[in-house]
Design a protein around this ligand. Structure first.
Ligand SMILES: NC(=O)c1ccc[n+]([C@@H]2O[C@H](COP(=O)([O-])OP(=O)(O)OC[C@H]3O[C@@H](n4cnc5c(N)ncnc54)[C@H](OP(=O)(O)O)[C@@H]3O)[C@@H](O)[C@H]2O)c1
Length: 262
């Protein structure tokens, strides 16, 4: 498999967990870890919609031998705890945890918000990361250089676009919670950071944005195009590597082509 020029042994012998890894940003991140020598536990959700083969497409046998796959509904507490149990059964320690699963679950005008939709969005985008991380802290501590990288969003800072208020606020929760984790877990040698993608062309925007909106967005991005999932992967590798970012914790890397600078 192509490794996009990453050092092929950067994560050799490291044990990495990525949620939401079947497609989109999570798939690109999981593949980048495989290309750099890691053993990867790749979680996929239950939607089975979109490009399911993005994780496995063209993966050679040796990379496949370092990959463990598991499904789970992270919108439910039971699904989070079951996934944690499967990870504990597969790994004796966790060097890197990437909490990436999440999505908007449809645009909902603020005036039509109800308790059910609110709970679904917050449970999937915020509670799942809190529960899974809590379960895995002992395994991250066992690493000696554990790293947590959480996926937030540009919308955490801008508020997003109409119909995404609760999703955007849930992503802001992820950023603030990560800073709290960074402080609390530092004594155990665990770092916690955030990757905040801008407008990245995955199923997310194929579902939730019109072509006209995407064309207008691209026109306003200094680098002149929308992002790709592969554009995001390097930031996750950087923040996961004790060699490259061992003195960085509680920080956010914005991956957005200059769409937001502040
Ligand atoms: N694309 C963007 O422009 C953008 C921008 C900012 C932030 N983000 C964030 O980046 C992350 C990845 O987004 P993406 O664009 O690659 O993905 P996406 O196309 O929106 O797909 C959603 C991801 O979340 C998983 N997922 C959804 N519902 C789930 C559930 N109930 N239980 C477990 N997993 C579930 C999906 O897994 P399955 O497909 O296997 O079900 C998939 O990996 C998300 O947290 C998203 O909020 C994306």
């Amino acid at each position: 498999m192509t490794n996009h020029g990453y050092a092929s042994n950067l994560f050799a012998r490291e044990q990495v967990v990525v949620t939401g890894a079947r497609r989109g940003i999570g798939a690109a991140v999981a593949r980048a870890f495989l290309a750099t020598g890691a053993r990867v536990f790749a979680h996929s959700g239950i939607t089975k919609a979109g490009n399911e083969d993005e994780l496995l497409a063209g993966l050679d046998e040796e990379s496949r031998s370092r990959l463990t796959l598991a499904e789970g509904d992270l919108a439910s507490e039971e699904g989070c705890l079951q996934l944690a149990a499967a990870i504990k059964a597969a790994f004796d320690r966790v060097d890197v945890l990437v909490n990436n699963a999440g999505t908007m679950l449809g645009r909902k005008p603020a005036a039509e918000m109800d308790a059910g939709h609110y709970a679904q969005v917050v449970d999937l985008n915020a509670r799942s990361a809190v529960l899974l991380t809590g379960e895995l802290i002992p395994l991250l501590a066992r690493s000696g250089h554990g790293a947590i990288v959480n996926t937030s969003s540009i919308s955490a800072r801008t508020g997003g676009s109409p119909g995404s208020s609760v999703y955007s606020a849930a992503k802001a929760f992820i950023t603030t919670w990560t800073r709290a984790l960074a402080r609390e877990l530092a004594p155990q040698g665990i770092r916690a950071n955030v990757v905040s993608p801008g407008t990245i062309m995955t199923d997310f925007h194929r579902r939730y944005s019109t072509p006209e909106k995407l064309t207008a967005t691209a026109a306003g991005i200094p680098l002149g195009r929308l992002g790709t999932a592969e554009d995001c992967a390097g930031a996750y590798l950087f923040l996961s590597s004790a060699t490259l970012s061992g003195y960085i914790t509680g920080q956010v890397i914005e991956v957005n082509g200059g769409q937001l600078m502040a």
